[in-house]
Structure formats: C-alpha cells, structure tokens
Design a protein around this ligand. Structure first.
Ligand code: NAP
Length: 251
C-alpha cells in the first residue's frame, strides 16, 4: 500500500543536526533543493553528481545560507565500477567518519518509446544509472550506515514504477526494479538492523526531467522542487524511525 507522510508534519529547525547524508544527483532539480533543505536543517551533505560546476553552485548556496560545510563528490553513476563505489564509502568513512542517510535521487529519463523499438544501448544506460548504481552504492555504504544509530535509505520511485504505462521503457522498468530492491532490502534488514529503507515517489515536479517527458505541459502548473522537500526531511530525520519497507508519495 502506498502511503503519505503525516499530514501536518513540520520538521524542526535542527532535525538533522549532527547527521551526514549522501545525496545522488545533487546538482539539479529535486536533488539540489533537497540537499539545501537537509543542510538548512543541520545535516552535513555529501553532494554527489556528474557535473562539478552544478555541485559547486549547490555547495555555495549551502555555505552562504550558513549551513554545515558540505562535501562535493563528482561521480558519473553510468560509468562507476563496483571499485569506485567501494572507494566512495571508504572516503566517507575516513574523511567524515559516519553516514546517517543515503538518498538515491539521480535519475536518467532515456527515451519514451515502445518496447518493440526501444534502443537496447539506451536501455542499458538508463538501468545502469537508475537501478544498478543504487544497488552498488547501497551495498558499499551499508556497513557505514549500520554503524549509525538510526540510518535511513530512501530510493526515488515514480508513478510509472508502481503501475506500468506504455512507452516508459527502461525508466519505468528501472523504477519497478527500485521498488523491488527496496522491498528485498527492507525484508533483509527487518529483524536485525536499525537501518530503515523506504521508497518515495516525488510526484509531478517542475524540473528538467519533467519538462523533457512532458514538453507541452505548463511548468507553472507544477510544484517546484523546494515545495516538496518536507517528505524527504521526514524520512531522513528521527520522526520516521519505525517507518520501514514502505512505498511513500511526496504529494
Ligand atoms: N520531476 C518529476 O516530476 C519526477 C517524477 C517522478 C520521479 N522523479 C525522480 O526524481 C529524481 C530526480 O529527478 P529530477 O526531476 O530532479 O531530474 P533532473 O532535474 O533531471 O535531475 C536529475 C539529477 O540526476 C543527475 N544524474 C543523471 N545521470 C547521472 C549520472 N550518470 N551520474 C550522476 N548523476 C546523474 C543529474 O545530473 P546533471 O545535472 O549533471 O545532469 C541531475 O542532477 C529522479 O530519480 C527521477 O526519476 C522525478
């Protein structure tokens, strides 16, 4: 069953104080707004993405707003090897000493095309970024997350990852895979771990990806990334302890 966060939830100012959170795709769209919101609520944010100037812009935004100094981690999730993911976890352990949260936000839309004509090479690229990278990153970061008192992993889903829709191809299939990965991991961690794992569907949000998928849509009809950060704060902070294995909706 899909669920929402508590209706009148208001995150307190220091909700994430002392926590270190890794956000993928932190340079643009939802990842950018959520990274800034995490920092505004006290978190040290590791900004991971493939375009360094975009990450630097988010870094500057956080620092000039008076947030804890973030870290920038340029990494292309399409080409990253298992060794790159292991190295990332080692760097976090040696330089920051802890990891309390992992937000799998980076995503690649790919083409909207019928399965009969979907470009196989593009299929592999999209699945690599949207599903294989979250698996590799989760696996490498899990030992660090296990050491945190109440760590949270959030996978980013989509409406088309919960109900199949024509032409959504590799994107839709990869989001179904993300839901499956979340459920399998949640079941594995149910009994013997304090790490909680959930998926979140942001809903329709005014970003470059949304505009690419729906070019005729009026962007003014959509919520901005900054308007949907509250469910992300809820899932990363202590108020969601006990929420585990759920497929949540941000809107
Ligand atoms: N917007 C919506 O309406 C909507 C609806 C449902 C689900 N979602 C999901 O929400 C998440 C964020 O989407 P968004 O709308 O904010 O999209 P966006 O504006 O296109 O941002 C996606 C981010 O992912 C990064 N990224 C893409 N490929 C990458 C790679 N190979 N390595 C590292 N980073 C990579 C991008 O980096 P660059 O900036 O360098 O390109 C960008 O920062 C995605 O998982 C998406 O599927 C969005």
């Amino acid at each position: 069953m899909n669920t929402h966060i508590p209706e009148d939830y208001t995150p307190r100012a220091d909700l994430l104080a002392g926590r270190t959170i890794l956000v993928t795709g932190a340079g643009d769209g939802i990842g950018r707004a959520v990274s800034s919101a995490f920092a505004a609520h006290g978190a040290t944010v590791i900004l991971l993405g493939r375009t360094t100037p975009k990450l630097e812009a988010v870094y500057d935004e956080i620092v000039s707003a008076g947030g804890p100094q973030p870290a920038i981690y340029p990494m292309d999730l399409e080409g990253a090897t298992p060794d790159d993911h292991r190295q990332l976890a080692e760097n976090i352990a040696s330089q920051l000493g802890r990891l309390d949260g992992l937000l799998h936000n980076a995503g690649l839309l790919g083409s909207l095309a019928p399965i009969a004509h979907y470009d196989p090479v593009e299929w592999l690229r999209v699945v690599q970024v949207n599903l294989n990278a979250p698996f590799l990153l989760t696996q490498s970061c899990l030992p660090l997350l296990e050491r945190a008192p109440e760590a949270s992993i959030v996978f980013t889903s989509s409406g088309v990852g919960r109900r199949g829709r024509a032409y959504w191809g590799a994107y839709g299939a990869s989001k179904f895979g993300v839901e499956g990965l979340m459920q399998i991991l949640a079941d594995e961690l149910e009994e013997n771990s304090a790490v909680r794992v959930n998926s979140l569907n942001p809903g329709r949000v005014r970003t470059a990806m949304r505009a690419a998928a729906y070019p005729a849509e009026n962007p003014a009809s959509l919520l901005t990334p900054a308007e949907i950060v509250t469910p992300y704060l809820y899932l990363m902070g202590p108020d969601s302890v006990g929420v585990h294995g759920r497929a949540l909706d941000a809107q």
